[in-house]
Design a protein around this ligand. Structure first.
Ligand code: PMP
Length: 361
């Protein structure tokens, strides 16, 4: 192939070259200590200050009120499927789940091992083509929390407004749209997000929790995963994911340089619209998600003639447009457009799609 390579993977995903360059520098002499970040004690002033800075960057990006705390934990997003119920409610209590695709189903299936979990809404019967409207959710006062997946990475469905659950604490898996847009934080009791989409590293999960939810952990909750214990010990009950935290710090600097959440949101809207416009032009490409519910992060689509799919993926790769195969559970094609996806990548993909349709349509 010729030209630049563009990576449309769903995560781990493309990162800004300038951030990768800075990350490489940290493998030399970090902050004049005489050794690299990887060799730095986690109890050093330098690392403690990096951790504090990173947590404050998250607070300021989201304009978190003082009664929200930020944790940087290990185990990725999937571990939170079990750690949220362990930290928030007794085994005999009930939690609500909204099922909108592959990842919310995973959260529900795991959550029900630790609590009485109940689906309050599901779009399964329409093949996850929409977000069920909040006024139709079967919410009841016995729910200790209500769990949503704000963006379904595999199905390409996204909440475009922060739902209100009244007094029931809203818990959101924001793994694949965290820091992609401003959020109405007061609607949420707890947010968690794996960082391998918009912020870079795998294995790290950011947990944002409102103070009133902090004293509810079951006694058997592992101490390293107990939100309150970790907050009391400045997130150093165990050795933090130091390099991952550094990468998140660099990505938050980068986000600020891009103009913050309002600017990045506008870019994400424009990029996703450019692809949906090509898809909707006629019946050659198809998107089963209803307009108004479509993801700005993961554009999931297919071909009216699925036998062309392999050709699409391999011709795209020849032109440097990589990793366009959909999630194994959803099938089809997927272009992920996280914060770091350059406009040029989207323009190149839109041009390729138009050309492909002309040749095979
Ligand atoms: N939730 C969502 C919405 C995701 O997209 C993913 C990963 N694709 C996960 C959870 C699981 O993340 P991890 O592999 O880091 O556990």
């Amino acid at each position: 192939g010729t030209g630049r390579l563009y990576n449309f993977a769903a995560g781990p995903a493309t990162l800004p070259p300038e951030v990768l360059a800075k990350a490489r520098e940290s493998l030399g002499d970090w902050q004049g200590l005489g050794y690299s970040l990887l060799e730095t004690p986690f109890s050093s002033d330098e690392f403690i200050s990096l951790m504090e800075t990173t947590r404050n960057q998250i607070k300021s990006a989201l304009a978190l009120p003082d009664d929200y705390q930020v944790l940087l934990l290990q185990g990725g997003a999937s571990a939170q499927f079990s750690l949220v119920p362990l930290n928030l409610l007794p085994a005999t209590a009930t939690a609500g789940y909204v099922e909108t695709g592959h990842w919310s189903t995973r959260a529900f299936e795991e959550g029900r091992r630790y609590a009485r979990a109940r689906l309050v809404a599901s779009s399964r019967t329409s093949q996850f083509d929409r977000i069920p409207p909040v006024d139709h959710w079967a919410l009841s006062d016995d729910l200790q929390y209500c769990h949503i997946t704000s963006n379904e990475t595999a199905n390409g469905v996204q909440f475009h407004a922060d739902p209100s659950c009244g007094d029931i604490p809203l818990v959101a898996d924001m793994t694949s749209d965290f820091l992609s847009r401003p959020v109405d934080i007061r609607r949420y009791g707890l947010i968690y997000a794996g960082t391998q989409k918009n912020l870079g590293p795998t294995g790290l999960v950011i947990v944002i929790i409102r103070d009133d939810l902090l004293d509810r952990a079951r006694p058997e909750t592992p101490t390293v995963f107990n939100y309150q214990r970790q907050l009391e010990r400045q997130n150093r009950v165990n050795t933090p994911l130091m390099f991952a935290v550094y990468l998140v710090h660099l990505m938050l600097d980068w986000l600020t340089e891009q103009g913050g959440l309002t600017s990045i949101h506008a870019r994400n809207i424009a990029q996703s619209r450019a692809l949906y416009r090509v898809i909707d032009e006629d019946d050659f490409f198809q998107c089963r998600v209803l307009p108004g519910h479509r993801s700005m992060m993961n554009v999931c689509f297919g071909l009216a003639r699925p036998q062309l799919q392999q050709r699409f993926v391999s011709e795209a790769a020849d032109r440097g447009l990589l990793n366009l195969t959909g999630h194994s559970h959803a099938g089809g094609l997927r272009a992920s457009l996280y914060n770091a996806q350059p406009d040029a990548a989207v323009a190149a993909l839109a041009a390729f799609m138009t050309d492909f349709r002309q040749r095979y349509g």
